[in-house]
Write a protein of this length. Sequence first.
Length: 142
Amino acid sequence: MNRREAIKVAGIVAMVAAVGAEAKMAETNMNRMEMKPKDPKKLEKGELKHTPLITVKEKDANGYTQVEITIGQGGIIHPSTPDHWIDFIELYADGKLVGKSTLEPEISRGATAFSVKLDSVKELKARSGCNLHGIWTSTKKI
Ligand SMILES: [Fe+2]
């Protein structure tokens, strides 16, 4: 095989790999339904497992406050297995997107943090996606 043929084969291999990756993503059934608890004042176990917990930490010397988001409340931690995991977490400050974390199964669990200028912010909102159980939201007045 000469150099030109080798480059051609490498290109074909890369194309096949890309098509395979797309097919794998397509066959993964991602639930993107917006979910709401039946009674926000009394969450059931499955709702506790998916509702983002927003924790406002300390402000640093530059005026950024660390905001942690973990998925799961009341001591219930959402699992992270190849078939069931939190795949993203977003944080909004007064409706404006602060950031989005994309999470991989197994190696990470549903948790992230952002450093945010909260000076005039009145409400934080976190959204997270479970591949099986949809998108869950919580808000925190500050
Ligand atoms: Fe889930």
